[in-house]
Design a protein around this ligand. Structure first.
Ligand SMILES: Cc1ncc(COP(=O)(O)O)c(C=O)c1O
Length: 438
């Protein structure tokens, strides 16, 4: 074939563009796209990022904006909260080691550090296997592709972190939900059981995904009673089909110490329900951009453990190959050096104190205002129920207060709202909810 004439090429391209623009219906336009049909009508910007962008634009134009959409922990002065020890750990890493590829499944010392972090002083550490992933997102991806067949659906609560749905769809799986809260405002294990029944009638395995403690978006943490009921449901289901429970621990390090409950319940589940954990440094070490995480499985049977380990490693190779070596080496330093770890924990405790103070202010003002919201003890987010979330958030936006509309609630990023702003936030919520009520 001879060389292409660039001028001819450009003309052909602009002819094609004009032809596409002249097509009437989106369907006709899609037929002309080189993207496969399902990729040709993907939504654009993430709605939360779009809201955040509007808040920033209005603030830059001089408006007094309260932006409670951001999912990162901000100090009271609006600056990003960071942990100085993490950067100290980065400086300790040997540049030549950091520059090299990491092992596909992650450095063994990193994985061991993660297992011990998840299950401190627990014999289950010896039954853990895992693979490094870019944050918790990667861990959720690996769980979905390895524990569900294409066409099958995972099960989670009706309030959930939106990307669960994207991850499922992108990997040709689906997502089913159950009502998270019963009329008593507690975790609705009966709704979970009914949803499981429906799923089991349709598919030969289930993957249940729970985000606790400090769920995004509701802020709810399962307590012991919730756990007992949820475990009974899972064990009943596990008598019929293979059941995998994936715990998304994105915010666990910011929970009240008493709400870290999974180690207590491991005995009941081990060997009956496969336990997976999505571990991440994004929030725990304020390293959102570093993409450090792990998908961890606890499995008593050595042969099955080996299979899971290989499957997770294979998925790494088949997606991102390997993860951020510098980041994993730095986090390993913190996880394995007791002195550094202690200082890091103290820095984090200071940030947790900030959040606890904000949560207390929110609980007090929101209760006085008569707002309805789930039990909230701390963590990055809380949600406030409303009959019309779009209307509530629009009313709030008019008053310069930004929150994220969900189905039946708005999500409030307490992590980005200083305690002194909580009264304004709650006043706007009250006006927004009343406006939606009619
Ligand atoms: C509930 C939940 N799970 C998982 C993640 C994953 O975060 P990352 O991939 O940064 O660890 C997030 C991030 O916002 C989240 O909110």
């Amino acid at each position: 074939m001879g060389a292409q004439d660039p001028e001819q090429d450009r003309t052909a391209h602009s002819r094609k563009r004009r032809a596409l623009q002249s097509l009437e219906s989106p369907r006709e336009r899609l037929a002309e796209s080189h993207l496969i049909p399902e990729s040709a009508d993907r939504p654009g910007d993430d709605p939360i990022f779009a809201l955040n962008a509007e808040a920033l634009r209005r603030a830059r134009a001089g408006e007094d904006v309260l932006n409670s959409t951001i999912g990162a922990l901000m100090r009271d002065d609006g600056r990003m909260a960071v942990l100085p020890t993490v950067f100290e750990a980065y400086r300790r890493v040997d540049p030549e080691k950091a520059a090299a590829y990491a092992p596909i499944s992650g450095p063994p010392a990193f994985l061991r550090g993660v297992f011990e972090d998840l299950l401190p002083e627990s014999p289950y550490v010896e039954q853990a296997v895992g693979a490094a992933t870019p944050g918790g997102t990667g861990a959720i991806h690996h769980a979905i592709v390895n524990f569900l067949e294409p066409g099958q659906s995972l099960l989670t609560t009706n309030y959930y972190w939106g990307p669960y749905g994207i991850l499922a769809k992108h990997t040709r799986r689906g997502i089913e939900t159950f009502d998270m809260f019963g009329v008593d405002g507690r975790f609705d294990s009966a709704a979970m059981e009914s949803a499981l029944e429906r799923l089991i009638a349709r598919q030969d395995r289930v993957l249940v995904l729970l985000n606790t403690p400090c769920q995004n978006p509701t802020g709810y943490s399962l307590d012991d009673d919730d756990w007992e009921r949820a475990i009974a449901v899972l064990l009943r289901a596990a008598e019929r089909v293979p059941v995998t429970l994936l715990l998304d621990l994105a915010y666990a390090r910011f929970a009240q110490p008493g709400s870290i409950r999974w180690p207590v319940f491991m005995d009941q589940l081990a060997g009956k329900v496969t336990m997976l954990f999505a571990w991440t440094a994004s929030k725990a070490f304020a390293q959102y951009g570093a993409r450090i995480g792990a998908c961890v499985a606890v499995e008593p049977d050595p042969a099955e453990r080996e299979r899971i380990k290989n499957a997770l490693g294979f998925s790494c190779r088949g997606t991102w190959s390997n993860c951020n070596h510098l980041g994993m080496l730095a986090i390993t330093e913190i996880l394995t050096d007791p002195e550094l770890r202690q200082r890091c924990d103290a820095e984090r405790a200071e940030l947790r104190r900030l959040l606890t103070e904000r949560a207390a202010a929110f609980n007090e003002h929101a209760s006085t205002a008569g707002l309805r919201f789930p039990r909230y003890e701390g963590g990055f987010f809380v949600s406030v129920f409303t009959p019309d979330a779009a209307r509530t958030s629009a009313i709030m936006r008019d008053a310069g207060v930004f929150v994220v509309p969900l189905e039946g609630a708005v999500r409030v990023a307490i992590c980005a709202t200083s305690a002194d702003k909580i009264p304004r936030l709650v006043a706007a919520l009250e006006e927004g909810v009343r406006g939606a009520e009619g």
